[in-house]
Design a protein around this ligand. Structure first.
Ligand code: AMP
Ligand code: MG
Length: 525
């Protein structure tokens, strides 16, 4: 297998935990603990991403060798790897939770790819670390497959995300109580190798602020800026101003990310501050879900079913709240309230702008006429109708591109409805809306082909619907990988119609409406 070039700045430039070993502990005055993956019984490659392998410089022969499964299953290290688990804290469901840290993720090292780009390689499910608390450090196949599949799907959808190189079966069983109801059972274990320029989270800064470790907080901020935001170093020589620019940039990226999630119908499910990437990437795929019937109130996470804190329509506001926590955390170093507050206000404005821009794209409009009498009103009305009528979000927007603006009709949307009664209740109004929309779109005089191409480029045809992922999991657990391979392949081109693969664009079947894994997911993974 090819050697990779490593340049492990995180462990080289930041202080580590002087204590050795995997025993669970509070780690003070350090950004990480050195810890190696715990070997597994029989690592076997189940799936891999050719795009990520390409990025890193691996070819198919590298990937199919046993050494690849050994390294990315946690049984071997490549020369230059210096594994560690990071220390971070976080606000979970609105409350400060203290030290969390990489309890089952282990970063192997920072590799520099042939293009000079830095990539952190991180195994998830690699065994216990000092941050494992009461858990086992492992991950089950179903959750690992979901993370592997969705990170790559998100990338192809054009949504900022961490990537996934590989999915490796461990040959070991992991015991999980999926619904916390006392019915624990053994499940197959797996390890995902995640790949991102950085896995630093809001929580990495929060932990030092909470502990009053300000010198370390300052070092981590400056390290993050220098390693992960080099453009700020080039454009802003003043250190204090640069830190403010950095916070503004984090706000900006987070705003863009939230608008993307709303565009594609993604619900993260656990937007705790330890699951917020400092790079504005989608990170930590757990009990996430995809919107089938449009419903801003929906959350896939059974752990959040009571408060629905992380429901679809609430995500941009939660991100704002999380940015507030980050602002509080970095304040002891930035020491000025005003610029932080301004950046937080700017977040809301930026999100609004980005959100409108993306909705404009979804509707295929060349301009956006703000206001209730304008396009904001048009969009609100549509959203209300989609919700009331239980209409599939993905199918509706995709089909909207085919609407004949001179003769709007409902026939196109036949497959988007889930419930005949709810359909009947909104059809007259929806037809009225289509007429209003058609008039509005006609008024812009955009050539039909152009309008259609624009819409098809932002309204996906294929998304990793929960039930599709679950079917791939059921098959994989039975030893059959074809379903995962086909789904993974389809999701590489989510905007392109793929003849013969219509079933991957279909609405959720009735059997999946209330099935575990399809509409409800727990944090148990
Ligand atoms: P999550 O809700 O998955 O983002 O995880 C929250 C925290 O729990 C993180 O610190 C994880 O590393 C840790 N954690 C989750 N599952 C496990 C596990 N099976 N073993 C050890 N730590 C875990
Ligand atoms: Mg997490």
């Amino acid at each position: 297998m090819k050697d990779l070039r490593f340049d492990n700045r995180f462990v080289r430039e930041l202080p580590g935990d002087p204590e050795q070993g995997r025993h669970v502990r509070q780690v003070h005055g350090a950004c990480y603990s050195r810890v190696e993956p715990t070997p597994v019984r029989a690592p076997r490659l189940l799936a891999w991403s050719r795009e990520v392998a390409d990025l890193l410089g691996f070819d198919a022969a590298d990937v199919h060798g046993q050494q690849f499964a050994d390294v990315f299953g946690g049984n071997a290290l490549l020369p230059g790897m210096e594994p560690y688990a990071a220390c971070y804290g976080g606000h979970q469901f609105g409350n400060w939770a203290g030290q969390l840290g990489d309890g089952r993720a282990i970063t192997l090292g920072e590799t520099i790819d042939p293009q000079g780009q830095r990539w952190e390689l991180q195994l998830k499910g690699a065994g216990p670390t000092p941050y494992s608390r009461r858990a086992d450090g492992r991950a089950v196949l179903r959750s690992s497959l979901r993370e592997f599949l969705c990170s790559e799907a998100m990338h192809h959808l054009g949504v900022p995300t961490t990537r996934a190189l590989s999915l490796v079966a461990t040959g070991e069983e992991v015991v999980r109580d999926m619904f916390y109801d006392g019915r624990a059972r053994p499940e197959p274990g797996a390890v995902v190798c995640r790949v991102a320029p950085s896995f630093i989270r809001f929580g990495n800064f929060e932990i030092f602020a909470a502990r009053g470790e300000e010198p370390l907080l300052e070092r981590l901020i400056d390290f993050t800026i220098e390693r992960d935001f080099p453009e700020l170093v080039e454009t802003e020589p003043d250190r204090a101003r640069r830190r403010v620019r950095w916070f503004e940039e984090v706000c900006r990226r987070t705003a863009v990310l939230m608008a993307h999630w709303m565009r594609v119908g993604f619900v993260h499910g656990v937007m705790n501050t330890d699951n917020m990437s400092i790079l504005g990437l989608t990170i930590d795929y757990g009990p996430y879900g995809w919107i089938d019937n449009f419903d801003p109130e929906w959350t896939p996470n059974t752990t959040d079913a009571g408060g629905r804190r992380y429901r679809f329509g609430h995500q941009p506001r939660i991100a704002h709240w999380n940015l507030w926590q980050l602002a509080n955390a970095v304040y002891p170093v930035i020491r000025e309230v005003e610029p932080l507050e301004r950046a937080l206000v700017a977040y809301a404005e930026l999100h609004e702008t980005e959100y409108r821009r993306m909705m404009q794209g979804k509707l295929g409009l060349a301009t956006w006429q703000a206001g209730e009498a304008g396009d904001d009103g048009l969009l609100d009305t549509l959203h209300r109708l989609l919700e009331r009528g239980e209409v599939d979000m993905t199918i509706f927007f995709r089909r909207l591109a085919d609407l004949d603006l001179d003769a709007p009709a409902l026939g196109l949307f036949e497959e988007a409805f889930y419930d005949p009664t709810r359909r009947a209740a909104v059809e007259p109004e929806l037809l009225g809306w289509l007429h209003d929309y058609a008039a509005r779109a006609r008024s812009e005089g955009m050539p039909a082909a152009l309008r259609r191409a624009g819409m098809d480029g932002v309204n996906p045809l294929y998304v990793p619907r929960n039930y599709l992922a679950q079917q791939a999991i059921d098959a994989a657990e039975a030893g059959e990988l074809g379903e995962l391979e086909t789904l993974f392949e389809v999701l590489r081109q989510p905007y392109v119609e793929q003849p013969g693969r219509e079933r991957f664009a279909a609405r959720r079947p009735d059997w999946a409406r209330n099935r575990a894994g399809c509409s409800m997911l727990s944090c148990s993974s």
